[in-house]
Design a protein around this ligand. Structure first.
Ligand code: BTN
Length: 329
């Protein structure tokens, strides 16, 4: 444990009661000046700590800021969230910063978190509503040793890990809409943005970003989103710990990531099939230069969607936007 972690633990242990600088300095085996400096840093980061002469320090309330030390506490992953967690109150986009860090050589498992984003990005140059404090906006750096053709698998893997996390820890009923949407009762609850950098015909690194609508109240969504978006709070009526949710997601994501490394894509796509509502649906697919209407007949072993059009012709859809045009069979 670092001095900072020890200090957080000591303050939390005496939550609601004053603890003197002298006692803290003894417990942490550092000078009182060092204690005071660390406390100031914690306050700047957002921890609710009061200080008073002769009384010492008082840790008042548990915050739900996505602070690195909070996430690491009780985190059972080995790589994701174990390397650097770059935490910011506000960023333009966590994916943008993660890409910069990855280009400079940041290792696999590096995580970038922001409480709010001024230019949160979605797929197809859309923006992502990034209300400060209400959502989770996080990006992870991946360095898989795979050919370019394998890249789409990581979006599907992330969707599986995210859907499972939301079902298990938030108790909501969600489905995956190919390729990157997590829906609850037809409304968007979370999205995934995967960006890749390549070297020759292999992946150099990937940045996987996710946005989850957690504690957002209904009237906070802007007009155009209020009909199509939802949040965990809107679905459950309970404010959830974002720290806990992110911790559990990182663990589950890592489990699937290593499983795919060891056993290939099969176990992932098998689980994906169970979690999606896209198979058998009538859909409209918007590609760059054409639109296909038909039925989703399958997803292949590489995560490519197979759509059969009205004339019975099969189309392999690598990427694109789909909308449901009929009921599920
Ligand atoms: C989508 O549904 O189109 C994908 C949305 C992804 C949003 C997340 S929020 C964290 C990360 N940073 C971004 O700018 N985008 C992703």
């Amino acid at each position: 444990m670092s001095t900072k972690e020890k200090l957080i633990a000591a303050l939390k242990e005496s939550r609601g009661n004053w603890i003197s600088g002298e006692l803290l300095s003894e417990r942490l085996a550092v000078s009182r000046a060092a204690v005071s400096k660390q406390v100031k840093r914690l306050k700047d980061e957002g921890y609710a700590i009061e200080s008073a002469p002769r009384k010492g320090y008082l840790f008042t309330e548990e915050s739900d800021l996505l602070l690195p030390e909070e996430i690491r506490q009780g985190l059972e992953s080995k790589v994701f969230g174990r390397n650097e967690i770059a935490y910011h109150g506000e960023l333009d986009s966590t994916n943008t910063l993660a890409k910069e860090l990855a280009t400079k050589g940041a290792p696999e498992g590096t995580v970038v978190i922001a409480e709010g984003q001024s230019r949160g990005r979605g797929r197809k140059r859309r923006s992502w509503f990034s209300h400060e404090g209400g959502g989770i906006f996080v990006s992870m750096i991946l360095r898989p040793d795979v050919p370019l053709t394998d890249a789409p698998k990581f979006t599907l893997l992330t969707a599986v890990a995210l859907a499972e996390t939301l079902i298990a820890h938030a108790g909501v009923d969600v489905v995956i809409k190919w390729p990157n949407d997590i829906l609850c009762k037809g409304r968007k609850l979370a999205g995934i943005l995967t960006e890749m950098s390549m070297e020759m015909d292999a992946v150099d690194h990937m940045v996987v970003g996710l946005g989850i609508n957690v504690n957002i109240e209904e009237d906070v969504f802007p007009g155009e989103l209020s009909e199509i978006a939802t949040s965990l709070y809107m679905e459950t009526g309970t404010k959830l710990s974002r720290v806990e949710l992110l911790r559990r997601f990182l663990e589950r994501f890592e489990k699937f990531y290593f499983l795919m490394e060891e056993e290939g894509f099969d176990p992932v796509i098998r689980r994906w099939r169970e979690l999606t509502d896209v198979l058998g649906r009538e859909v409209t697919v918007d590609l760059i230069n054409k639109r296909i209407t038909g039925k989703v007949v399958d997803i292949d072993e590489n995560g490519i969607l197979i759509v059969e059009d009205d004339r019975g012709e099969g189309h392999r859809i690598f990427s694109g936007d789909i909308s449901y045009s009929g009921r599920k069979e």
